[in-house]
Design a protein around this ligand. Structure first.
Ligand code: PLP
Length: 383
């Protein structure tokens, strides 16, 4: 028996609706399902997000996007953006599965032009602009000029979208974001001067919607060229946000975490004072204790950093905190249920959910909630 996660379709729907409300009714919502839907299962959440009204979905790469396309079926016309850089050999698959790649180099464009021409079709692409991450995208100036020139020679490629990504959107009044806006404005000028007018402009992730001050800029950039504005939200779709620094959150209070991670109690054990627990004997009982054994460990993404004496994590059992005792091991974790009466084998413990959030796990592990959610490996049930 292993742990499992339950995904609430109702919470996903509530979150998509909340993002739409805060972003503004004219703004399209791309729900990011990359990294296997932030650990929630890309093919599990995709149909629920489409039903919830997400206009676009964003997948990691060709393989993930194809899985999702096949799950949605041939009758579904949801648009799917591939968010990571493609390789030239991905091009035929992108055309075949009606996917939309993020591109920025002449090599991307030439490979896609050949594939689209061979299939006798026209392929929409989104042109990514580098404004401050030095990760993906063409920087305004000569790099962007080279991409625009390649587009001019590619009759089978349609530059539908123009976008960039902010590197610290959770920080209000960020000078870095201000500079990224300036660079994006320069890029838009350059694209327009080349005679290209994209129909979608997208900037901003979950924190951009939560912090909200970049939303008017996104709408303004889109309005300048008669395009639709769009936001690309991942974390918020699943019901989480980062803390807004130096400003007010506008979205956070309207979100509902969509995932609950559960495991059954496999065994209950009474121990006497002096008994040591787990690898390294890092914990010694100083009183009689009752311990519960749970089938989840670091192989399942239940971080070792939650061990007692390290992050001092806990799980929830019968609505009460049960502290982790000793080290989290590969497939097993022991928790203290001395103060929780009336337990039985098979009873469910909550590893992550009400009372023990992704943010709690992130704090014990000195990381971010994204990392915790993506790292969960458990069977998925949509509820
Ligand atoms: C992952 C990602 C997003 C979504 O970010 P969240 O903070 O989860 O909303 C948006 N845009 C790009 C380019 C990304 O890589």
């Amino acid at each position: 028996m292993k742990s499992w996660i339950e995904i609430s379709a109702a919470a996903l729907a509530q979150n998509v609706a909340a993002i739409g409300r805060v972003a503004g009714s004219e703004t399209q919502v791309l729900a990011v399902i990359k990294a296997d839907g932030y650990g929630h299962g890309a093919t599990t959440v995709a149909p629920a997000l489409v039903r919830a009204g997400a206009h676009w979905l964003g997948a990691t790469d060709l393989a993930e996007a194809v899985d999702v396309r096949q799950t949605l079926g041939s009758a579904d016309n949801t648009r799917l953006l591939i968010m990571s850089a493609i390789l030239p050999e991905d091009s035929p698959g992108i055309v075949e599965h009606r996917l939309t790649p993020s591109i920025w180099t002449p090599e991307h464009i030439q490979a896609l032009e050949s594939a689209a021409a061979a299939a006798g079709t026209r392929l929409a692409i989104h042109l990514e602009i580098e404004t401050g991450m030095a990760r993906q995208g063409a920087a305004p100036g000569s790099e962007l000029a080279a991409a625009l020139q390649a587009l001019a020679h590619s009759p089978h490629i349609d530059c539908e979208g123009l976008y960039t990504h902010l590197c610290e959107s959770e920080v209000a009044h960020s000078p870095v974001t201000a500079q990224q806006r300036q660079r994006f404005t320069a890029a838009l000028d350059q694209v327009l001067a080349a005679g290209i007018s994209p129909r979608l402009v997208h900037i901003g992730n979950s924190s951009s919607v939560d912090e909200s001050s970049t939303l008017p800029f996104i709408r303004q950039m889109a309005a300048r060229i008669g395009a639709l504005p769009m936001v690309r939200t991942g974390l918020a779709v699943y019901g989480h946000t980062l803390t807004v620094e130096g400003g007010q959150p506008h979205l956070n209070a309207q979100l509902e975490p969509a995932l609950v991670w559960k495991a059954p109690i496999l065994h209950l054990r009474e121990i006497v004072p002096g008994t040591t627990v787990g690898y390294g004997a890092t914990f010694t009982a100083d009183r009689p204790m009752r311990l519960a054994l749970l089938p989840a460990g670091y192989a399942d993404g239940f971080r070792r950093a939650g061990s007692s004496g390290v992050g001092n994590g806990w799980v929830m059992v019968a609505g009460q905190r049960a502290p982790i005792v000793g080290r989290v091991s590969m497939n097993l974790t022991v928790v203290d249920v001395t103060e929780i009466p009336g337990l039985s084998i098979g009873q469910e413990a909550i590893l992550l959910g009400p009372g023990v959030t992704a943010e709690d796990h992130a704090r014990w592990s000195n990381t971010i909630s994204y990392d915790i959610l993506c790292g969960i490996r458990a069977n998925i049930r949509l509820v």
